[in-house]
Structure formats: structure tokens, C-alpha cells
Design a binder for this molecule. Structure first.
Ligand code: PXL
Length: 271
């Protein structure tokens, strides 16, 4: 099983590829990478970060891979720096995904009801197009609201409406981070039916939590777990990391201490 993770490299702040690589590798699966941008930190909380767009490097990387005859069994895309990169990811899926391979799109665009810096309505529209090509999409509540044109925040009732609308984009939408009262829910559709996984909500917002969830989900799928098992394993893992980090990590912008929870996660994956 060969995975390609398409995401940025944020040097500091535990998100994107610095999260995907260790988690997917720890699952026991080969993780290849296509970096979309190089940042000194992520954009969510550090002032003065650097941002180098790597779009210009991608065509020659792809040409080399084509010459090598490379294909990937799973392609997982996350933070894409531009509308142009969304189009490139579509081309990569066409050219490099094996027959019957899995395409997972995390439509990384925003959090807490807002788009991240530099993202526009045009980007949202293009992302809808990419979601239409995916086997699984993993929007958080903010991204689900933008994609489904429902008001933020969702409730447990409107989350089902959002899931239905997302179902028009992709057969298996997985909606994360729906909070109501004391719980936080992941909603997903399996075999046409709506399912949910609930955990106790822990105060504290961590950049990169969505990347931890998505990477674990991809690793579990690649290891042959089904949709429900993968959602359960990934959400148990990210919840344990959030619970621990809420107590231990004084500066939330440095991201989740997922490292300390990786062994229990792997134990569950391997049992
Ligand atoms: O984890 C989401 C993410 C990924 N990549 C970059 C980001 C963020 C969130 O802020 O800034 C560069």
C-alpha cells in the first residue's frame, strides 16, 4: 500500500506533513509526500510567518514520477495554497491513482467559522469540484458550512442536513467537530445511513487537530479497516491527544501532543 500525502510543510506548529508523515508511517504504511508550500510556521497564531509557494516545482516532480511509472494506492490531499493547486491535484488523481485506489480530500480552508488567511469564495467553489472527485471528504464544521452553504455553527439537527448536502458532492462525507452541549461529534454516512461517534468535548482549540484525525483515518483505511472502524480509531486518537494537550500544552499554537498518544492508538489499530 503506497500513499501520497499532498500538503504543506509548516516547519513549526505540528500540522500538515509534519503530522501526516509520522502518523501514517507509524500505521505501518509507506507515506510519500508532495509538499504544496513551505512555511516557517502554520498561519494560525504565529505572526510574521514565511510562505513559499511550491506550485512551480510540482510539474517537474510529476514529470519525474511519470517517467518512473509511479502510481499510488491512496492519495490524500490537505492544505493547498491556491486555486491552481486544486486543479493540479485533480490532474494528479487522474494520472497517479491506481485503478480502484482511494482518494481522500480534507478540504482544509478554515476553522472557528472563518476561512484561513488567503482563502476566498473562489477557492471554496473550486474545492467543491475537488470534493466531487473524492471517495471520502473530511470537512470540519467550518468547512462543511462553507461547502454546504449552511450557517455556522451547526447543531446536531443541521449537521444531518449538512451531511446530506455534502453527500451530493461525495458518497462518503465525514463531518468532524460538531459540538453540542458537553459532546463533540463526528457524523458520517455509511451505506446511505447517517452514523455518529461522540466524545466528551474538551475546551481548547489546537491547530492541526484535523490533520491528526485525517492522517490517522487514512492510515487506518490503508491498513484495511472499514469506514466506521477508521472513524472510531481516528477520533479516539485525536480526542485522547486533545485531552492530554489541553492539560499539558501551554501554547496551543504549537499543536497537539499526538506523539504521546500514538502508542495507544497503534495498539487499538493492531488489535
Ligand atoms: O492544519 C491546518 C493548516 C494547515 N496548513 C497551514 C495552516 C493550517 C491552519 O492554520 O496554516 C499552513
Amino acid at each position: 500500500m503506497r500513499i501520497l500525502a499532498i500538503n504543506d510543510v509548516s516547519c513549526v506548529g505540528r500540522c500538515s506533513l509534519t503530522v501526516s508523515l509520522p502518523i501514517i508511517s507509524a500505521c505501518g504504511v509507506e507515506c510519500n509526500v508532495l509538499p504544496t508550500a513551505l512555511l516557517s510556521t502554520h498561519t494560525g497564531g504565529f505572526d510574521g510567518y514565511t510562505f513559499r509557494d511550491l506550485t512551480g516545482d510540482i510539474p517537474s516532480i510529476l514529470a519525474h514520477w511519470k517517467a518512473l511509472g509511479l502510481k499510488f494506492d491512496c492519495i490524500y490531499s490537505g492544505y493547498l495554497g491556491s486555486v491552481e493547486q486544486i486543479e493540479l491535484v485533480s490532474r494528479i488523481q487522474e494520472a497517479f491513482l491506481t485503478e480502484g485506489g482511494i482518494f481522500v480530500v480534507d478540504p482544509v480552508m478554515g476553522d472557528n467559522g472563518n476561512l484561513y488567511r488567503g482563502f476566498t469564495e473562489e477557492y471554496v467553489e473550486k474545492m467543491r469540484g475537488l470534493c466531487k472527485r473524492a471517495d471520502f471528504i473530511l470537512p470540519n464544521m467550518t468547512e462543511a458550512c462553507y461547502l454546504s452553504e449552511l450557517p455556522y455553527p451547526l447543531t446536531t439537527e443541521t449537521a444531518k442536513e449538512a451531511l446530506q448536502r455534502l453527500g451530493a458532492l461525495c458518497p462518503s462525507p465525514i463531518l468532524t467537530g460538531v459540538t453540542e452541549k458537553k459532546n463533540i461529534y463526528v457524523y458520517f454516512t455509511d451505506g446511505g445511513e447517517i452514523h455518529s461517534v461522540a466524545h466528551e468535548n474538551v475546551e481548547g482549540f489546537f491547530c492541526g487537530a484535523g490533520d491528526v484525525f485525517a492522517s490517522a483515518f487514512v492510515g487506518c483505511l490503508a491498513r484495511g479497516k472499514n469506514l466506521s472502524e477508521s472513524v472510531r480509531l481516528a477520533s479516539d486518537f485525536v480526542t485522547a491527544a486533545i485531552r492530554r494537550s489541553a492539560m499539558e500544552v501551554p501554547e496551543k499554537k504549537f499543536g497537539l501532543n499526538f506523539e504521546a498518544e500514538i502508542f495507544p492508538f497503534l495498539k487499538n489499530l493492531n488489535s
